[in-house]
Design a binder for this molecule. Structure first.
Ligand SMILES: [Zn+2]
Length: 236
């Protein structure tokens, strides 16, 4: 699957979850009650879109690798080596649980700087994957990504709490949406890594990149907007 399909599927998963699930699940384990504020709802959409790229941190030439130039490229190379290559450890349910827990732990034990750092990184991934920057590699696109991600991080700094209780869910959900997308391709993923079982329901590979770009991603965006509209207009 392409980066933008993953990102828009993450956004859709978040908007759908916000429409369908109670706040106590979205904010697990803090389990707050009430409703998600509109700002949190919109921020969560972009952050989950960014988190939906995280499993491909094991891919030295994927979307993440091209998000912030040599920094992310080197990081992806290292992760690829450590995790055993593309679609191994980072494409498992264990990874989903680990990064959701890691987000919770970082918010809890490190606090605001962790939250803002993670927000910056996830926004950078979202900007890249959603094609909000000039295409290709080079300073012009990296600078645009960095500026947009910094602007979004400042906005978050103004509007959200030190440790948004929904962030661990958002990060885990984004990664889960990625795995589901990859399972729909021919290669599948090893969801139960380290067990060597490959899960795959190949329906995407036959459709090709054009269908993803012109049909699937636009449908995900429309679905996201519809779900966001539903949540915002149905809040008391
Ligand atoms: Zn992947």
């Amino acid at each position: 699957m392409l980066g933008h399909s993953h990102a828009t599927s993450g956004a859709l998963a978040w908007a759908g979850a916000a429409a369908a699930l109670p706040l106590s699940i979205l904010t697990f384990p803090a389990a707050q009650i009430g409703h998600l504020g509109t700002v949190d709802l919109l921020m969560g959409t972009f952050l989950t879109a960014g988190a939906a790229l995280l499993p491909d941190a094991d891919h030295p030439s994927g979307t993440i690798s091209h998000a912030l130039g040599p920094i992310t490229h080197t990081a992806c190379k290292i992760i690829s080596t450590v995790s055993g290559g593309h679609r191994h450890a980072t494409h498992s349910l264990a990874f989903v649980a680990a990064i959701a827990y890691g987000t919770w732990a970082g918010e809890h034990w490190i606090g605001r700087w962790f939250t803002l750092g993670l927000v910056f990184f996830l926004l950078a991934l979202a900007v890249r994957a959603l094609n909000l920057c000039p295409p290709g590699e080079g300073l012009r696109s990296y600078a645009t990504i960095a500026v947009l991600a910094v602007a979004g991080t400042f906005a978050m700094d103004q509007w959200i709490s030190d440790k948004p209780a929904w962030l661990p869910f958002s990060v885990g959900l984004g990664a889960l949406a990625h795995l589901i997308g990859d399972c729909l391709t021919d290669r599948g993923c090893r969801l139960f890594w380290p067990l060597d079982i490959r899960t795959r329901i190949p329906i995407i590979d036959r459709t090709g990149n054009k269908v993803e770009t012109w049909v699937i991603s636009p449908l995900f965006v429309l679905g996201t907007l519809a779900a966001l509209w539903y949540v915002i207009t149905h809040q008391p």
